[in-house]
Design a protein around this ligand. Structure first.
Ligand code: KG4
Ligand code: ZN
Length: 342
């Protein structure tokens, strides 16, 4: 069965073809980052319009790369939410129209479900059940994943997401938007121990997070220091260390609370090398293994949506197979409600 995956929830148009039993056939991505960076953040209307420009050529591209025709597709999986309503509508309407024209199902997929299943695109892949740390620009959550559609929320951020904190701190350090990767590169030049920032909620006794206080602490630090490239790098390092410490300790606590020994890290912040190194070492010390998606599948992409669609179809759950051409999007949508098809 060949599944076309369509991701348009934010500022990346991601298209993929996935074949059950074989794996990912091809994927293509267009990132709008350059267009939005001059505004310091994603401009929703520009995002929607750009998805419209990119989506059909990208679908043609993956079909050409794999020498397939539209008629070879057996189902379509598209991101139904959460995300920017206008951006989601582009992917959903193309998926619904293609599904109607080809008389094949168009499945709405939860964006975070795509992220947390994305490590299954790599080998070795984790086995159910596992703990997933979802760290993206919009979300920070610890989930227990027992199977496709069986997700239990263990903890989440009470305010900013980890990626959002990276981006806001990067902005304070004048690193542009989105600044997570740039901040991480700058931190490599930082002097360890030069600054110490608080690790919010490290000892809160639960698995929740909070990052807005950390951003304020950086703001205070920046206003007190004479900023030069070295001081910027020192602050970037101190910030990254605080975030990495909290994410690592809470992930380990989730493993021990649930007695599980596999941790999956998904979402854009999962690309952070310091987080990867730290988590891998600390998890190994307690006999646990950490799985990361390949770097290209950490940030938004169509492959994870195609995979999630394939797994849902294979699980043959009661998801409604839409072949009517109608569609809805869910700009706000809790992952914990997905299993109920709610
Ligand atoms: O998952 P994603 O592509 O988009 C959302 O669904 O939000 O994640 C994007 C986020 C941004 O906040 C970006 O700054 C952050 O991931 N990010 C990083 C790194 N690469 C991307 N944060 C820290 N270190 C990185 N290397
Ligand atoms: Zn994402």
């Amino acid at each position: 069965m060949i599944i076309l995956g369509i991701e348009t929830s934010c500022d990346e148009t991601g298209i993929a073809l996935y074949e059950t039993g074989r794996g990912l056939l091809n994927h293509a991505l267009y990132s709008q980052i350059d267009m939005h960076s001059e505004y310091g953040g994603v401009v929703p209307e520009l995002a929607s319009r750009d998805h419209i420009r990119r989506i059909l050529p990208l679908i043609e591209q993956v079909l050409n790369n794999t020498q397939r025709q539209l008629n070879d597709i057996d189902a379509i999986a598209y991101t139904q939410g959460p995300g920017l309503a206008g951006a989601l509508l582009v992917g959903a309407s193309v998926a619904a129209a293609l599904g109607y024209a080809l008389n094949i199902p168009a499945l709405g997929i939860h964006h975070l479900e795509g992220h947390l299943l994305s490590p299954l695109l790599s080998t070795p892949a984790p086995q159910f059940p596992f703990i997933a740390l979802l760290v993206s620009g919009g979300h920070t959550q610890l989930m227990q994943v027992n199977g496709v559609g069986q997700y239990r929320l263990l903890g989440e951020t009470l305010d900013d997401a980890a990626g959002e904190a990276f981006d806001k701190t990067a902005k304070l350090l004048k690193l542009g938007y989105p600044g997570g990767a740039a901040l991480s590169r700058l931190a490599e030049q930082g002097r360890p121990g030069r600054f110490k920032l608080p690790c919010p909620m490290l000892n809160s006794g639960d698995l929740n997070f909070s990052f807005s206080g950390l951003k304020t602490a950086v703001l205070t630090l920046v206003s007190k220091q004479h900023i030069n490239p070295q001081v910027s790098a020192d602050i970037a390092l101190a910030f990254q260390e605080a975030v990495v410490t909290v994410l690592t300790e809470k992930s380990l606590a989730a493993l021990s609370l649930t007695n599980l020994n596999q941790l999956v890290v998904a979402g854009g912040v999962g690309a952070n090398q310091q987080l990867r190194g730290h988590l891998t070492r600390k998890a190994a010390a307690i006999g646990a293994t950490v799985f990361y998606p390949q770097l290209e599948f950490c940030t938004d992409n169509g492959a994870m949506i195609a995979l999630a669609g394939a797994m849902r179809l294979q699980a043959n759950d009661k998801i409604q197979h839409n072949t009517t051409g109608s569609f809805t999007v869910r700009a706000r949508w809790k992952l914990s409600r997905v299993q109920n098809n709610d």
